[in-house]
Design a protein around this ligand. Structure first.
Ligand SMILES: CC(C)(COP(=O)(O)OP(=O)(O)OC[C@H]1O[C@@H](n2cnc3c(N)ncnc32)[C@H](O)[C@@H]1OP(=O)(O)O)[C@@H](O)C(=O)NCCC(=O)NCCS
Length: 132
């Protein structure tokens, strides 16, 4: 395991297209579907940083600022904000892009905590977060 890594080393950009199965009766993206994508993007970041299987231990904050509509593209950017001994704090920012007009708006922001797990499912240390 490396002693330290930068936030850029594990940052993740993920894109999804909002399809009919992803929306509610108003044709807006379902909150639960977005939470799933946020969890996946953050989990990849945590795994990339720790090089371990990770578990979500907390979703501290999730703000829905604007609805996302059927047919729009969702872009999620996940990056490490800080690390503890075995835990990692990750921020996920979400944008919606209208593919017909090109208009992009930030729709969500979330903060999650993940823990790296060893082969026995016990918390295990993660690399320090280097500022560079
Ligand atoms: C992840 C898990 C194994 C950790 O076990 P635990 O007994 O809480 O372990 P610890 O008390 O040693 O805590 C481990 C780290 O998590 C942090 N942590 C635990 N609960 C937390 C919470 N609610 N919020 C923020 N951090 C938390 C601790 O501060 C510690 O951080 P540090 O090592 O950086 O100091 C256990 O909580 C678990 O299995 N949770 C369920 C996970 C799950 O099913 N997630 C959904 C699917 S992925």
């Amino acid at each position: 395991m490396k002693n330290s890594k930068s936030a850029q080393d594990s940052a993740v950009e993920m894109s999804e297209l909002v399809l009919p199965n992803d929306v509610n009766l108003l044709n807006n993206l379902k909150g639960g579907r977005l939470m799933h994508w946020i969890d996946i993007a953050a989990a990849i970041t945590a795994s990339r940083h720790s090089n371990h299987i990770v578990a979500t231990v907390a979703i501290d904050n999730l703000i829905f600022k604007h609805p996302v509509h059927l047919g729009e593209m969702v872009k999620l950017m996940a990056s490490l904000e800080s690390v503890g001994n075995t835990s990692m704090n990750i921020k996920v920012t979400v944008w919606a892009e209208n593919l017909q007009t090109g208009k992009v708006i930030q729709t969500n922001e979330a903060h999650l905590v993940f823990v790296a797990l060893d082969d026995d499912g016990k918390p295990t240390p993660v690399p320090r977060l280097r500022n560079d």
